[in-house]
Design a protein around this ligand. Structure first.
Ligand code: FES
Length: 116
């Protein structure tokens, strides 16, 4: 996924500030809220990604899971999701995670307020 695409998120109401780039190291996860939705942002293989923060299997907070490369493991029953596209890599979860667009610009991490 491209990282900034020339978007100035400060001037673009479509994005929400999450954290500084230096706060999100490789395999780190960071939770934020957009409206009533919980989002988890992670850095995998040097890129930033964002998916829904609650597991699609049951009510587990994915920020308490582990990110290894692009594989996000749920802390409760250990389903694995590809954080790049939200797809299930290993059950027991069957439904994919909702994906949000994440970018880095001006030394910060931003997440789109819109899904997908
Ligand atoms: S709650 Fe995530 S795998 Fe069950």
């Amino acid at each position: 996924m491209p990282q900034s695409e020339g978007i100035d998120p400060v001037l673009n109401d479509a994005y929400m500030y999450v954290c500084s780039s230096s706060e999100l190291e490789e395999d780190d996860l960071f939770e934020c809220e957009i409206g009533t939705e919980t989002i988890v942002v992670g850095r995998g293989e040097a890129n930033v990604y964002a998916v829904q923060g609650i597991c699609s299997h049951a009510h587990a907070e994915l920020v308490d899971g582990e990110l290894d490369g692009t594989c996000l493991t749920c802390p409760l029953h250990f389903a694995c999701f590809d954080i790049r596209d939200g797809s299930v890599l290993e059950g027991p979860a069957e439904a994919p995670l909702q994906v949000y667009k994440a970018i880095e610009a001006d030394g910060s991490v931003w997440v789109s307020k819109e899904r997908g």
